[in-house]
Design a protein around this ligand. Sequence first.
Ligand code: 13P
Length: 257
Amino acid sequence: MNRRYRKTIIAGNWKMNKTLTETKAFAEAFKPLLNRPKWCEVVLCVPYVNLQAAIRLFKDSKVSIGAESCHYESTGAFTGEVSPEMLKDIGVKYVIIGHSERRQYYNETDVTVNKKVKAALEAGLQPIICVGESLEQREMGVTMDLISYQVRCALSGVPAEKMRKVVFAYEPIWAIGTGKTATSAEAQEVCEGIRTIIRKKYGARVARSVTIQYGGSMNPKNAFELLSQPDVDGGLIGGASLKPDQFMDIINAANQE
Ligand code: 13P
């Protein structure tokens, strides 16, 4: 983390979890834990159907609400899809784009990721852009080549002045939901690499202001060590964000001096 130049963001990605009833129960248990002043921004990315309820439930708290994906068009014949404008209009602040599960199961490509990033920024949302390699790619030694390609595609046509709104999440696919975490050195190496790519494209000032999260089996035990790395500015948390106490423990780890 480097709090001087950029925000630390701890974000939960609920994926396809929690009914409305369960969302309310989470808020009830979680909000009282959040009272103390905090350094970092807290975000919860929840399924579309529960966005409005989550926004209401966390209205007077420090928690911002995010969506888990969006379309790249603002309106049109795209049955089942939700546009960035629709999300912005109800008070959503962040949107996850290019999560590996969307790349793997729903045909998300680097081209659609780029379109979605531009559409989200245009609508006034803050994209959390996910990049990451598979185990095979890591073992082949092409991790940074792949990450560089994903980052450069995602940012194609994104002007420097919009970079203040962009968040990256390095999520090695082999660490997602597996209980296997990248070592803090591995997380640092890739997050630093992402910042270098941004620096080459936009210069040092922009690069040092961008929040770059780590995601993949982050939990209360490993969070502090990961977040202590200079270029790891937060977490994108799946499983552990579903439990109020565990999510709060990770936030506390980010708030340690
Ligand atoms: P887990 O924390 O469950 O590994 O999920 C990480 C993730 O995919 C967050 O987007």
